[in-house]
Write a protein that binds this ligand. Structure first.
Ligand code: AMP
Length: 288
């Protein structure tokens, strides 16, 4: 695997592949890689001849109170994992290469509505930062396909909407969440958890699972389903376990609007604080 940090090197390599008629898949990350990231690379192999990954801790998607300086950076380990997974090219730009004029003067991409609630509400400006860096990386790499983890469910919807709205010729591949045996979704932020916190963190996934079962059972019995009341109960269980629920909502799987009686494709979106870590998770519920 070749690692490049300059835009000119990235473009030259991709151009060579293009001239050879090869297709390109792209896996953007912020590094500190785990099996979830590597599953994106495995998916990418199914869709293209060459795989480009990127590691860039994007300052534009971090809020003022969010600790970007201490975000885990493990480049040597990450390079080993990506090499073992058969990545062809790794792009590791520095912030001044991506934002040479600084963030205040940077043009940005905003995807309305879908970016507003949930993580968009708890982290103002977050999805503007995500959409802008992904748009920029798409313009640099110009992939045929890009893989994103469903662990960040709202993010996948934001990217999919951006690609449609701005007519980008890129297929977005959503990839299932990789979990620990306990059910806890793998995340770079799990490294912030103490042993005690790690023991209670699976309550988030367990409560989503419980809520999904309640909804499916209610639908099967043709009962009217109290999405809000059930979500409150699930949030209470999470809080009782020692986490602090930020939000937990049952939503339409595509629009992310609050679920209504007629919806059959649902997603439960949740975020909870566990010690220093803010964990997110979700569960898709298909009723028909
Ligand atoms: P990050 O480095 O956290 O920005 O994540 C980079 C990509 O990996 C995103 O598309 C994430 O959704 C995806 N990802 C993170 N954790 C997981 C996981 N546990 N399973 C699958 N994909 C994941």
């Amino acid at each position: 695997m070749k690692t490049v940090s300059q835009i000119s090197e990235l473009r030259a390599q991709v151009k060579t592949w293009r001239q050879q008629g090869l297709t390109v898949a792209f896996v953007p990350t912020m590094g500190n890689l785990h099996a979830g990231h590597i599953s994106l690379v495995a998916e990418a192999h199914k869709h293209a001849d060459k795989i480009v990954a990127s590691i860039f801790v994007n300052p534009m998607q971090f809020g003022v109170n969010e600790d970007i300086e201490n975000y885990p950076r493990t480049m040597i380990n990450d390079q080993q994992k990506l090499t073992a997974a058969g990545t062809d090219l790794l792009f590791t730009p520095s912030p001044d290469i991506i934002y040479p004029k600084g963030l205040a003067k940077q043009s940005f991409v905003e995807v309305p509505n879908i970016s507003d609630g949930y993580c968009g509400e708890s982290r103002p400006g977050h999805f503007r930062g995500v959409a802008t860096i992904v748009c920029k990386l798409f313009n640099l790499v110009q992939p045929d396909v890009a893989c994103f983890g469903l662990k960040d469910y709202q993010q996948v919807q934001v990217i999919q909407r951006m690609v449609v709205d701005l007519s980008m010729p890129i297929t977005i591949m959503p990839v299932a969440t990789i979990r620990e045996e306990s059910g806890l979704a793998l995340s770079s932020r799990n490294g912030y958890l103490t042993a005690e916190e790690k023991a209670i963190a699976p309550a988030l996934h367990q409560s989503l699972h419980w809520l999904g079962e309640q909804i499916s059972a209610g639908y099967a019995q043709q009962d009217s389903i109290d999405f809000i009341g059930l979500a409150k109960q699930a949030a209470k269980t999470i809080n009782d376990a020692g986490l602090h629920t930020d939000y937990l909502h049952v939503c339409h799987a595509q629009t992310l609007q609050p679920a209504s009686e007629d919806d059959t494709q649902l997603v439960i979106l949740a975020a909870a604080h566990c010690g220093k870590a803010r964990l997110i998770d979700n569960l898709q519920v298909k009723l028909a």
